[in-house]
Design a protein around this ligand. Structure first.
Ligand SMILES: [Zn+2]
Length: 271
């Protein structure tokens, strides 16, 4: 993903919040019982305030059946329901936040070549949520802050809001290590297989990236030199679990076309 913000930018807001909390000796906020929901909601609020969330569009008719099938499988592995939202951004992309929200950029539906590639992308994203990769990054940042400030930080509503701004930036950067990405690929392929979508879709997408102009590649999956390794890791996973994967056709020619209405009108959610 495009690096609009670097993770190190967390330092300033964290410090400010801690100073504000300490200066007035106000009681520290109660620890939030479900930080993932809190953060997910804060990200949602900010995307809505920026006018990015698409409230209604015929594109949802193309997205919904895939999203629902994936949700039915993925929700068994996560303690919140998954919800899918279309958003309008510059580059084809998809990203998931803690709490179960998954955002799909409208142009991704035109970018992918078939249903399996879209399903693979969405399965990969829900897997980041299932693995709590976003929360792990956040906690790592908090650990660094605590060390630097010698103080315990608690997540409260205002802090969640500030963290959400950072998280949106973070989600747009190539934030995760190759291991974390590969793990999401593998879990994603399991989820796709269980939802009835050919898990080779993700492999086909990576293979296309090898030949594509890097500016045209969805940033979420464009960990470029590693694409070959990610394909190999997926293929090995398929070989090692024939009872799950052998029934799926590895040939891109077997793909199901994705039917997407052209120039679909979009109405945006407004605050
Ligand atoms: Zn990823």
């Amino acid at each position: 993903m495009t690096t609009f913000w670097k993770p190190r930018r967390w330092a300033v807001p964290f410090s400010l919040v801690v100073l504000l909390l300490c200066a007035g000796q106000a009681p520290l906020p109660e620890p939030v019982t479900d930080q993932e929901t809190e953060l997910g909601q804060a990200v949602y609020d900010q995307l809505r305030d920026k006018g990015e969330i698409i409230e209604s569009s015929p594109l949802y008719d193309s997205l919904r059946p895939i999203a629902e099938a994936i949700s039915r499988v993925a929700r068994r592995r996560y303690n919140h329901p998954f919800k899918f939202f279309l958003v309008h951004e510059t580059y084809p992309n998809a990203f998931a936040t803690p709490g179960g929200n998954v955002y799909v950029v409208d142009s991704l539906l035109y970018f992918v070549k078939n249903t399996e590639q879209l399903a693979g992308t969405l399965c990969h994203e829900v897997s980041h949520t299932i693995h709590r990769d976003g929360m792990d990054r956040l906690k790592e940042q908090q650990r660094i802050e605590r060390r630097e400030l010698g103080i315990v930080l608690l997540l409260g509503p205002s802090l969640a809001q500030m963290l959400a701004i950072q998280m949106i930036g973070d989600l747009h950067s190539l934030a995760y290590s190759r291991d974390v990405e590969s793990r999401a690929d593998l879990t994603g392929s399991d989820i796709c297989a269980a939802s009835g979508y050919n898990p080779w879709g993700l492999v086909w997408l990576f293979e296309e990236f090898q030949n594509a102009d890097s500016n045209q590649i969805p940033q979420l999956l464009s960990d470029h030199p590693a694409n070959g390794v990610r394909v190999q890791t997926l293929e090995q996973h398929f070989r090692e679990n024939p009872s799950v994967f052998s029934k799926f056709d590895s040939r891109p020619e077997s793909a199901t076309p994705l039917i997407v209405p052209k120039d679909a009108p979009e109405r945006f959610l407004r605050p």
